[in-house]
Design a protein around this ligand. Structure first.
Ligand SMILES: [Zn+2]
Length: 214
């Protein structure tokens, strides 16, 4: 018997953490991330697990003095931008600080075959679950390859930042990528629309709900 499609498809639940949700009054709460959204993500993740899909998670996990926090810079406010080397860094409110309750993943950890933490280097942000802004590999690619995964179903927070960066890098690395739009929420409407367009343009399949993917 060969390897089935389910065996070769992994699920990545991106940054489903308290600080990104209204449910947990997060410092960087994304719109529409109430109890019903988190419950829906949890239910779908459990369903996929019971069908045999391997489930993975990314977790934003910053030290207190992280470069992406406006509090790490003099005279800066939340959502200011600064230029560092050749890149633009948005300055966020402190979020997902290592050891804080709101850094926790809101989905039952027993569902995951692996959790990849990112953004631990104080000098580099990491929207992508695969590489940080300094180009350092998080280990997610090797983890997925160790399970012979070549196709990814991706959802979580936030559409226009970490979901997009993770999905775009996945395509770059040769994975087939399916994005479940209704299980993703974006920080802002304009950047979410352009993120969806950009993802579509590189061949990411954007599907309204999980039932359309299976
Ligand atoms: Zn972060």
């Amino acid at each position: 018997m060969g390897i089935s499609i389910i065996d070769q498809t992994g699920v990545i639940v991106v940054d489903m953490q308290g600080d990104f949700t209204l449910l947990k009054k997060g410092s960087l709460a994304v719109q529409d991330t109430d109890q019903s959204y988190v419950d829906k993500v949890h239910t779908v993740t459990k369903q996929l697990k019971s069908k045999g899909y391997k489930i993975f998670a990314t977790q934003d996990f910053h030290p207190q003095n992280h470069i992406s926090f406006y509090t790490s810079h003099n005279d800066k406010a939340p959502y200011d931008t600064i230029e560092i080397e050749d890149r633009v860094q948005i300055l966020w409110p402190p979020h997902c600080v290592q050891g804080s309750d709101n850094a926790d993943i809101l989905i039952d950890s027993n569902l995951f075959s692996g959790i990849v933490q990112k953004g631990m280097d104080p000098k580099y942000d990491s929207y992508s679950g695969f590489f940080d802004d300094g180009g350092i590999n998080t280990g997610l690619e090797e983890l997925l390859k160790s399970f012979q995964i070549n196709t990814l179903i991706i959802f979580g927070l936030a559409t226009d930042y970490c979901v997009k960066a993770t999905a775009m890098d996945a395509v770059q690395l040769g994975f087939n990528v399916i994005l479940i739009e209704s299980l993703c929420k974006g920080v802002a409407e304009d950047t979410t629309l352009s993120a969806l367009k950009e993802m579509k343009s590189v061949g990411i399949k954007i599907i309204p709900s999980i039932s359309d993917a299976l």
